[in-house]
Ligand binder design. Structure first.
Ligand SMILES: [Fe+2]
Ligand SMILES: [Fe+2]
Length: 171
């Protein structure tokens, strides 16, 4: 095995966190669909698929590293929200929490002198920066729209979630 059992166990736990995030985003996507906010709903369906992709990346890594995949049990996601803002705030908190979990995985891999895992986790660090940033933008958009949620939904269709252009490639 290319890594320690400790690291494999921690990654198996992370698989559970990623599937938890997937289910939470499906629940939020369904909530927005029921609220007749199609762009918000679509955004969260897409996010759910991304979380599934994250879980599968971790599963593949355990297999590639010669470990045993053990998928933990998943708690039920939250399905009821007082306001759309609450659903998005929960998503932002979840992304911040997952970032801490990935940081903790890097810390563990460093402690174990496990450079292959440290290298593997770099993709997730970059991904978390993007996910926290875009969820933070979405929270700002929804807060600015106030009660006019149709405007927020329409804005998402027209502009999307990014608030800044990409820097020039050759700088
Ligand atoms: Fe994730
Ligand atoms: Fe995420």
């Amino acid at each position: 095995m290319l890594t320690s059992q400790k690291v494999i166990n921690a990654i198996n736990e992370q698989v559970g966190y990623e599937f938890t995030a997937e289910l939470q985003y499906y629940a939020i996507a369904a909530y927005f669909a029921a609220e007749a906010l199609p762009q918000l709903s679509q955004h969260f369906f897409n996010q759910a698929e991304e979380e599934k992709g994250h879980a599968l990346r971790f599963i593949k890594y355990v297999v590639d590293a010669g470990g045993r995949v053990e998928i933990p049990g998943i708690d039920a996601p939250k399905s009821k929200f007082k306001t759309p803002r609450d659903a998005i705030k929960l998503s932002l908190d979840q992304e911040v929490h997952v970032t801490k979990q990935i940081n903790a995985l890097v810390d563990l891999a460093k402690k174990e002198n496990d450079h292959i895992t440290i290298n593997f986790l770099q993709w997730f660090l970059t991904e978390q920066l993007e996910e926290v940033s875009s969820m933070d933008n979405l929270l700002k958009i929804i807060e600015r729209a106030g009660k006019d949620l149709l405007q927020a939904d329409e804005y998402l269709a027209r502009v999307g979630i990014r608030t800044m252009c990409e820097p020039p490639k050759n700088s």
